[in-house]
Design a binder for this molecule. Sequence first.
Ligand SMILES: [Zn+2]
Ligand SMILES: [Zn+2]
Ligand SMILES: [Zn+2]
Length: 212
Amino acid sequence: MATKKCSVSGCDNKYRSIGFCSAHWKINKKYGTPTPLCWCGEPAQTHAGNQGASILCTTHTLTARFWAYVDIKNLDECWEWTGTKTAANYGLIYWNGKLEYAHRLSLEMDGRPVPSRWHACHTCDNPPCVNPSHLFAGTPKENVMDKVSKGRHTYGETHPNAKLSNTEVKNIRKLASEGMFQSDIAHTYGLNESYVSELVAGLKRRDILDKE
Ligand SMILES: [Zn+2]
Ligand SMILES: [Zn+2]
Ligand SMILES: [Zn+2]
């Protein structure tokens, strides 16, 4: 006699009871179905981290997390980021294993992904704003022109190691202490990885450590 298997298609796990393996049995008990779906039709996340408050796919779990950090107003107003920000006041979010600019992701979620080396630019000149109708993808040149025409010089989205503000140094140390990979921090801030590790270890910019 063949051994009983889980009835969920594609699952080869050992049978437990009422037609399911142990994993699908638990999911079925929690959600009333062994294969819950997101409202978009994609399979919902069912791992231990999802407390079942909302049944969402990987993409929509991220999307929901993103908008939870946004102060959403009328379409013509600025929607400011309430989460972590860079010294230059751009929103940051840990996304798919990487630290990303919130305004860049907002464009991406609006179906207008920003090509690499291009910049997510604001028509409202308000860095924490993530209202997609205030954002556009600009070439590196347009980004510089934009800043020059606005008559101010701010840090770009990447800058040499020496230009880090005190707040940025503190942010970098905080992110590292929260478990973010130094290589991801380096990538996000446009720094050398070795410089990031020196910052985190307190070998560089020690003065800021002492002021804590
Ligand atoms: Zn199963
Ligand atoms: Zn979904
Ligand atoms: Zn705005």
